[in-house]
Design a protein around this ligand. Structure first.
Ligand SMILES: Cc1cc2nc3c(=O)[nH]c(=O)nc-3n(C[C@H](O)[C@H](O)[C@H](O)COP(=O)(O)OP(=O)(O)OC[C@H]3O[C@@H](n4cnc5c(N)ncnc54)[C@H](O)[C@@H]3O)c2cc1C
Length: 510
């Protein structure tokens, strides 16, 4: 039956959810707090003529979303479909990683890499189908839930005895132990461990969660390699918005939701910050779980234990974003052309040391980072002859000791020094800087703690427990109120699957 649905938040998941619901005949309104749509996937101008998005590559995006919503017709395109990853050392030594293997590594590592990739791809392949399904309720006894659980067991079983045992053994390994088993080069190991820890409160020695994060990151299939979208990730979110609009979705910006309205135990609409009341049959929140349940719904409508679990979600982000407007292309020592995802992560100890400092509220003098100069492949992001540098900098505490206001410049110096260790002339090229700390990301993008996944992506908040049991099927404990953002299954990263799955959940339940 056709329903009136409100989506709180126009991030890529909210837009995907809206488009799928509208496609199935629902009347949908998206209410976005910011002046622009796209959330952490929006492309914004940060200096006159220079544009960048917080998320910068699309390793997790699935072809199905692009095809289902006809996103190419609505303007989505890739600038590069296999951006090489380049592990760069301080003296210019480097190893290039592409879909077809390693270049520049020692013979031993080059020979070991195909088996490492084969195993990870097999494990990721076993889990991937469940990313686009509603997680099952463990004890519901419903046919659908039993089938999903059965399929999960079957997918593990069909890995075969040897790979299944290996998966069970490797799933809880710290990234350090995992890559130590396969490789010798400290430079390569630093780079490979980066993908297992990026965006989480994890470093190479952290146990239990690295493999899950690594497999999530490998779940996309848009191209064989690492896709770089044209127009930044905003190229995707603008196409999602256009697709939603074409399906009749009303998209409202500068429309902050302040309260979800409840009548007789059911969500009946929302109140905006300016007092406007909007009624709806279903309210779906793309905001993070803490914001959704504690701020917008209110603990008084929730069970005490459920509220405790939501309050305990780990939401302090650890990644800052640095955008540089460049008058000229910087020279990276040892690289003729800096086109690629440059990992300035020289070894696992350097990464671990940066994490240690951030764990205790500080930052290390040497900050590991992932750098892309997307304007090398996409002239829509910078004026002719100029460039944009986009860097994900780890590890950066949300709650910096001494406060961000007092120590912002000091941190920026540390980040630029860390970059200059690889690109000595970087400071001469910079005309403008945008630094987004986790606290800035929270404030400007309305994502609690500025967390990459809206809430830590870890075994205790995974699949049937994401964000926590009682809300892991997108339906919340309050009838008519659903979640559809990165805090839900399958987690953060630009995938659109939380949005698509939530839309299906709304259709199934209503
Ligand atoms: C520094 C950083 C770098 C990243 N880089 C990458 C990357 O390269 N590749 C990748 O795949 N992923 C990356 N990610 C992760 C990815 O950006 C997020 O997981 C993803 O954008 C989450 O999408 P979403 O739609 O669920 O939420 P969001 O993008 O956070 O959107 C939620 C929306 O809800 C709105 N909202 C919140 N509260 C309200 C309210 N009360 N009323 C109305 N609207 C509200 C917000 O304004 C926002 O627009 C990165 C994350 C960070 C923090």
């Amino acid at each position: 039956m056709s329903k009136n649905a409100i989506i709180i938040g126009g991030g890529h998941n909210g837009l995907a959810c809206a488009a799928y619901l509208a496609r199935s005949g629902h009347k949908v309104t998206v209410l976005e707090a910011s002046e622009y749509l796209g959330g952490l996937g929006a492309t914004r101008e940060f200096a006159p003529g220079f544009r960048a998005s917080v998320a910068h590559t699309l390793p997790q995006l699935d072809r199905k979303l692009v095809a289902d919503l006809d996103l190419e017709k609505h303007g989505f395109a890739l600038a590069v479909d296999d951006l090489p990853t380049i592990a760069l050392g301080l003296n210019g030594e480097h190893i290039t990683i592409t879909a077809s293997g390693l270049q520049g590594a020692c013979d031993e590592d080059t020979a070991a890499y195909p088996e490492y990739q084969r195993l990870l791809r097999r494990f990721a392949g076993a889990i991937k189908p469940f990313n686009s399904k509603r997680p099952p309720r463990i004890e519901s006894g419903s046919k659908g839930d039993l089938l999903t659980l059965g399929q999960f067991g079957w997918n593990l079983r069909t890995l075969g005895k040897s790979d299944m045992r290996e998966m069970m053994r490797m799933i809880a390994l710290p990234a350090r132990d995992l890559v130590d088993e396969f490789f010798a080069s400290p430079l390569l190991k630093g780079a490979l461990s980066w993908d297992a820890n990026l965006g989480s409160r994890l470093a190479p020695r952290s146990p239990n969660n690295a493999m899950l994060a690594l497999l999530l990151r490998m779940s996309g299939d848009l191209s064989v390699g690492l896709p770089l979208p044209r127009g930044g990730v905003g190229g995707l979110t603008e196409a999602l918005a256009a697709a939603a609009r074409a399906m009749g979705v009303e998209l409202r910006t500068s429309a902050r939701v302040e309260q979800v309205l409840i009548k007789e135990g059911r969500a009946t609409g929302v109140r905006l910050a300016d007092g406007e009341l909007i009624a709806a049959d279903v309210v779906v929140s793309n905001a993070d779980p803490k914001t959704s349940f504690i701020d917008l719904l209110g603990a008084r409508h929730l069970d005490v234990q459920f509220t405790h679990r939501i309050n305990r979600l780990r939401t302090g982000g650890m990644v800052a974003k640095l955008h540089l407007a460049l008058d000229a292309l910087p020279e990276f020592t040892g690289l003729a052309n800096p086109i690629g995802r440059l990992l300035l992560t020289r070894d696992m100890d350097a990464i671990e040391n940066a994490f240690d400092a951030a764990k205790y509220g500080g930052f290390a003098p040497e900050l590991p980072m992932e750098v892309i100069i997307p304007s090398l492949a996409d002239d829509s992001l910078a004026p002719a002859g100029k460039h944009v540098l986009s860097a994900q900098v780890q590890y950066v505490p949300y709650d910096l000791k001494g406060g961000w206001d007092a120590r912002r410049d000091e941190f920026l110096e540390a980040a630029l020094n860390s970059l200059a260790a690889y690109a000595p002339n970087i400071r001469d090229c910079i005309s403008s800087v945008e630094l987004l700390t986790p606290a800035d990301l929270e404030q400007q993008f309305n994502a609690r703690g500025g967390h990459w996944h809206h809430a830590e992506y870890a075994i205790d908040n995974w699949w049937v427990q994401r964000p926590t049991y009682g809300a892991s099927q997108y339906q919340s404990p309050v009838p008519g109120f659903y979640l559809c953002g990165a805090g839900s299954h399958p987690g953060g990263g630009i995938m659109g699957l939380a949005g698509a799955n939530a839309a299906r959940a709304v259709m199934e339940d209503n």
